[in-house]
Design a protein around this ligand. Structure first.
Ligand code: ADP
Ligand code: TYD
Length: 209
């Protein structure tokens, strides 16, 4: 079996994950690598249907526990249908958010449900990315960046500064205990962040040179 490489991007909303994940995918494709760029929640037809269920509607539509089940169900489908087959054929899988987002968003935002998230993950997913790029960003800076762009502010509704601060601290704490993490500062231009990112990926140095 050829071994692929599974890279996830994590960080608070507006930190630049999607932008940098896309740039990494483009650079690797330009170097001739087989790349699958995907995202969560979503990334397979079934998981995209679950995405619509969890991200639309009243914020209190689901309890925190039900949300954990929905995000994990979406992840299981995404893993079975998209991620695992791509890794088996040797592709680089770049995923915009993965289980660490559930650990932070569902695990910390409405009471302490970290253990529930981890138990369900062990039972139903049982796989971590090989590398997790954490784009670290001051929430106030991320918010003003997004507000500077027309129409980009809606997703921040309902996410207070306090919650974003706790998410940021939670991601940094997780990164300090899990060797798969690489922390990249999200401040500065897209080019500056991308240069930091490539420096933090020595295993892809040849393709990214
Ligand atoms: P995320 O996926 O983490 O929510 P995005 O990549 O969607 O973040 O970026 C959020 C917004 O900030 C977008 O409008 C994007 O174009 C913009 N953006 C991304 N990176 C930078 C950067 N380094 N400097 C300024 N604006 C940026
Ligand atoms: P999205 O529009 O993709 O936002 P972003 O560009 O910030 O990633 O929406 C994803 C939202 O879903 C985001 O607010 C984080 C949340 N989320 C969870 O709460 N739990 C999860 O497990 C995942 C994957 C995402």
């Amino acid at each position: 079996m050829v071994a692929g490489l599974f890279i996830s991007f994590e960080g608070i909303d507006g930190s630049g994950k999607s932008t940098q994940a896309r740039r990494l995918a483009e650079a690797l494709r330009a170097a001739g690598r087989d790349v699958v760029l995907t995202r969560e929640p979503g990334g397979s037809p079934g998981a995209e249907e679950i995405r619509a269920l969890v991200l639309n509607g009243d914020p209190d539509r689901w309890s925190a526990e039900t949300e954990i089940l929905l995000f994990t169900a979406a992840r299981r489908d995404h893993l079975e249908r998209t991620i695992a087959p791509a890794l088996e054929r040797g592709a680089v899988v770049i995923c915009d958010r993965f289980a660490d987002s559930t650990r932070m968003y569902q695990g910390l935002s409405r009471g302490d449900l970290r253990e529930t998230v981890d138990k369900l993950h062990a039972l139903m997913i049982g796989r971590e990315p090989d590398i997790t790029m954490l784009i670290d960003m001051d929430p106030a800076e991320g918010l003003s960046r997004a507000l500077g762009r027309q129409g980009a502010d809606t997703r921040f509704e309902g996410f207070g500064q306090d919650l974003q601060d706790r998410m940021r601290a939670g991601f940094l704490e997780l990164a300090a205990t899990e060797p798969r993490f690489r922390v990249v500062a999200g401040a500065g231009s897209e080019d500056e962040v991308f240069a930091r990112l490539t420096k933090a990926l020595p295993e892809l140095a040849e393709a990214l040179a």
